[in-house]
Design a binder for this molecule. Structure first.
Ligand code: CUA
Length: 347
């Protein structure tokens, strides 16, 4: 992290460059004027110093011309800050009409995020690169501030009132998310990350197949909360598939982790590649193609699962990596990213 230290954070959204340009302009003008004044001060001290005891300062009365020049000139220069600032602020205020809306709820001390497509996240926000997104925020308790330095954006999050902002990320990467408003003892822990993904990765994230930009994803955390694969995971537990298709060596049926796209040997037949069709057939007609080495003990689920259910189960199996198989008694997975330690109970 230290090796990446730089003068400014990454410019990762369309507004970042606009904000930086304005920032450098203001810094250059104010810095330049400050330096000029300092030089003039030293120079005049030397030039107009008192040279002898008789050296007296002449009495000079006011000059309207000079007064006007040194009032109006800085006024015009400094008003450009305002004018330019309004333009950038306006851009930051108005999201494009087609931007999907993500909801963010701030509470002591975490960010809860709800995507329009159903996904929920805590302290993480996944976004596609190059697509605008509108963020609407509200607080459950006190004033927080949703700040993303790489996007040059922060917005105060208030209780009882929706506020909104928008971004169009321009650079794939993982960026800091901070709470920028002192909001209690846990304020400094109210941090998270913004994960900007390539659009194809993002679509896979939405489908619950991957969790991060750095592939391969870390296993064991399960599919994205609220995704199709996550729905499939719930069904997988509800239908008791887990009883036989467990992740352990004592399972009564083939392990499903990493099976997607693989060729499996078939009893009395040619190997088949695991795809949508094979999974659907195996759920509805388990005896049609028996995986070599396993007994045909699976009951049919014909009539028990709808086509939609099968799609969810397929998405789940597709997402399964080594170590991802849930435990049998785990009936409702916690949202991905949820704190693993129990939060303090309120008395
Ligand atoms: Cu929330 Cu500081």
């Amino acid at each position: 992290m230290l090796a990446q230290f730089s003068f400014m954070p990454d410019q990762a959204a369309t507004i970042s460059e606009k904000v930086d340009l304005l920032y450098f302009y203001i810094s250059a003008i104010t810095g330049g004027v400050g330096i000029l004044i300092s030089i003039a001060l030293v120079y005049f001290c030397a030039k107009y110093r008192r040279r002898s005891a008789e050296d007296e300062t002449p009495r000079i009365l006011g000059s309207h011309r000079l007064e006007l020049i040194w009032t109006i000139t800085p006024l015009v220069i400094f008003l450009t800050f305002f004018g330019w600032g309004v333009v950038v602020y306006q851009i930051g205020l108005q999201p494009p009409a087609d931007a999907p809306e993500v909801f963010v709820v701030g509470k002591q001390w975490m960010w809860k995020i709800q995507h329009p497509t159903g996904q929920r996240e805590i302290n993480e926000l996944h976004l596609p690169v190059g697509r605008p997104v509108k963020i609407t925020l509200i607080s459950e308790d006190v004033i927080h501030s949703f700040g993303i330095p790489a996007f040059r954006d922060k917005i105060d999050v208030l209780p009882g009132r929706f506020v909104s902002t928008w971004y169009k990320p321009t650079k794939v990467g993982r960026y800091f998310l901070f709470c920028d408003q002192l909001c209690g003892v846990g304020h400094s822990q109210m941090v998270g990350s913004i994960v900007v993904m390539r659009t194809d990765d993002y679509d896979r994230w939405i489908a619950g197949e991957i969790k991060d930009i750095d592939q391969p994803p870390s296993p064991t955390s399960g599919p994205t909360d609220g995704s199709l694969a996550w729905e499939g995971r719930k069904l997988f537990l509800k239908l008791q598939c887990i009883t036989c298709h467990g992740g352990t060596a004592t399972a009564h049926a083939p392990r499903l982790e990493g099976i997607w796209g693989q060729e499996v040997p078939i009893r009395n037949g040619r190997p088949v590649r695991v795809d949508e069709g094979y999974i659907r057939e195996s759920i509805l007609k388990p005896r049609a193609k028996i995986h070599e080495g396993w007994e045909p003990i699976m009951p049919t689920f014909q009539g028990q699962v709808s086509e939609e259910d099968i799609i969810k189960l397929i998405a789940f199996i597709k997402s399964l990596r080594v170590g991802d198989t849930p435990f049998r008694n785990e009936d409702f997975p916690a949202p991905v990213g949820a704190p693993t330690q129990p939060t303090e109970s309120k008395q």
